[in-house]
Write a protein that binds this ligand. Structure first.
Ligand SMILES: Nc1ncnc2c1ncn2[C@@H]1O[C@H](COP(=O)(O)OP(=O)(O)OP(=O)(O)O)[C@@H](O)[C@H]1O
Length: 312
């Protein structure tokens, strides 16, 4: 399990690094193997920072991230870090920036070999590469030996996922990997992630797109201004949103079969009927605690003033 335990990140900003920006505040959630967790929030809410901390690209300011029980901040030295990256890999939004246009795209595989599999004989390595490409539904004949500009964004993205698979990973941090793809490729990559999940991979799926998050995830974590405001089984968070910010996000997605007034009236009626709100409403002016309230089994919400409307 990849577990975030009250994890915070403070960046030093300003001209001399004199100001501090809290990008993530006491985030608490986990990604289990064989499960997709969607991390959803607007731009600047701290999603990528959470992914970067899990990949050790950014340090953790407070709290701990553990991978199957090991605090990842204690992994020092090339060998232990390499072992970690054998198990946890990241794929990011812009596939083009991960390739050097001067080299053939499959150089990313050669780099993995040089780093991790020097002793593997050529024939065995070829078979491994072919198997990884087939898993991501790429035809080795069409892909190997090509330059990045000869491949589509979707192919390049799948190639990066194949590279991660060469390492037999347990967890994948997928940061906005669908956003830049065209509609027909999107569904392919989404279905691929579904296959990987079925093979037992744990996936942290970072997105600002609610529909994508809803489509693919088992658990949803909603982040707003660095804090998790709601999390739980995806069907609960989407079907019975509790926090004003989650409601606002969901109501901003057009429901083509309904008029806007109908949606708003439904939200108000649901809120009025929701007796649980009394249990977790906060006096106006009180800072919301980082610890979430369990409103329903496995469905957590950050307490908020009753009647509050989420500010953007
Ligand atoms: N290296 C850094 N130094 C200083 N501030 C940073 C750094 N990286 C991110 N931030 C700030 O931290 C906050 C969270 O950024 P982050 O990239 O995690 O958000 P995000 O939700 O992933 O946004 P997006 O979807 O636009 O990538 C933002 O205010 C951002 O400007």
């Amino acid at each position: 399990m990849l577990r975030f335990d009250r994890v915070s990140k403070v960046y030093n900003v300003g001209s001399f690094g004199s100001d501090r920006l809290t990008a993530v505040r006491e985030a608490d959630f986990e990604v289990r193997r064989g499960e997709v967790v969607a991390l959803i929030g607007e731009s600047g809410s701290g999603k990528s920072t959470l992914g970067k901390m899990a990949l050790r690209i950014a340090s953790v300011s407070q709290g701990t991230i553990t991978c199957d029980g090991t605090d990842i901040s204690t992994l020092r030295g090339n060998r232990r870090l390499k072992d970690y990256y054998r198990r946890v890999q990241g794929v990011f939004q812009d596939p083009f920036s991960s390739y050097n246009p001067v080299f053939k795209a499959d150089r990313v595989f050669a780099m993995v070999r040089g780093e991790y599999y020097r002793d593997v004989p050529d024939a065995q390595w070829r078979a491994k590469v072919h198997a990884a490409l087939e898993t991501v539904r790429l035809d080795p004949q069409q892909i190997l030996g090509k330059y990045p500009h000869q491949l589509s964004g979707g192919q390049l993205q799948r190639l990066l996922i194949a590279r991660a698979l060469l390492l037999d990973i347990d967890y994948l941090v997928a940061d906005e990997i669908i956003s830049m793809l065209d509609a027909s490729t999107r569904i392919d990559v989404l279905n691929l992630l579904g296959d990987l999940k079925a093979r037992g991979l744990g996936i942290l799926f970072i997105t600002h797109d609610l529909a994508l998050g809803n489509y693919i995830s088992d658990e949803t974590v909603i982040v707003h201004k660095g804090s998790i405001v709601e999390r739980g089984r995806t069907e609960k968070v989407f079907g019975d949103p509790l926090h004003p910010y989650t409601k606002k996000l969901l109501s901003s997605v057009p429901q083509f079969h309904k008029k806007w007034e109908e949606v708003e009236a439904e939200l108000k009626a649901r809120e009025a009927a929701d007796t649980r709100i009394r249990d977790y409403h906060l006096p106006v002016g009180q800072e919301p605690p980082a610890q979430l309230f369990e409103a329903d089994e496995g469905h957590f919400v950050q307490p908020f003033p009753h009647g509050a409307r989420a500010s953007a």
